[in-house]
Design a protein. Structure first.
Length: 205
């Protein structure tokens, strides 16, 4: 307690850490002869915001229509854990799995995205995937063991309905660009031309 800045109505805590979270109580007592007392209490939660942006990891950066994009988004260490949201070309889609890992009393969130690439996904030859990590004032620490990740078989994601955002204490994001490729179609044309050339040579001999 900072005694210099605290008084009968205000208490200033210094060097606060996560252990300072808990139920705080204030009691006021009347003088003699009644000695009547009243009290109030409230819960205080200490938050630790992440120092770094979330990171997106994946297998490739060049995909074709029909390919499957498998990505993971991992948030920085925080308390409570960050909530992760995926956006495909600025449209929010649900994650295929979520997990929370505890490391030395802090937490990191992991969300996976499994997407089947369709022609509609490419805008000017690029597919923009964004992962947003937020910690809001309404966040609460999770209790019990985290739910193990279970990959979803659903590949065609639907746009989620928008809901009023809570007051965010911290928001960070990561971007991931996927380029379209026509390598397979070019190879098919090359193989066709090469095959026709061989047949033509064989007929002329």
């Amino acid at each position: 307690v900072d005694m210099k800045k605290s008084n009968s109505q205000v208490v200033i805590l210094k060097n606060v850490d996560l252990k300072a979270s808990g139920l705080y109580r204030c009691e006021v007592s009347a003088e003699a002869p009644s000695f009547t007392s009243v009290h109030g209490e409230a819960k205080m939660e200490v938050f630790l915001l992440p120092n770094e942006d979330p990171k997106i990891s994946g297998e490739e950066k060049v995909y074709q229509v029909g390919d499957i994009v498998n990505l993971n988004c991992t948030s920085g260490l925080s308390y409570p854990p960050a909530r992760l949201k995926w956006f495909v070309n600025n449209e929010q889609v649900g994650p295929d799995y979520e997990d929370v890992v505890k490391i030395h009393g802090l937490m990191t969130s992991i969300a996976g995205l499994r997407l089947k690439v369709a022609p509609k996904h490419f805008m000017e030859g690029h597919l923009k995937i964004r992962c947003v990590a937020t910690i809001s004032a309404m966040s609460a620490p999770t209790s019990g063991p985290p739910t193990p990740p279970v990959p979803s078989p659903v590949l065609q994601h639907q746009r989620l309905a928008a809901s009023p955002p809570p007051h965010h204490l911290d928001t960070k994001e990561a971007l991931y660009f996927v380029r379209g490729s026509s390598c397979r179609s070019r190879k098919s044309v090359l193989y066709l031309i090469l095959g026709l050339s061989i047949i033509n040579t064989w007929l002329n001999t």
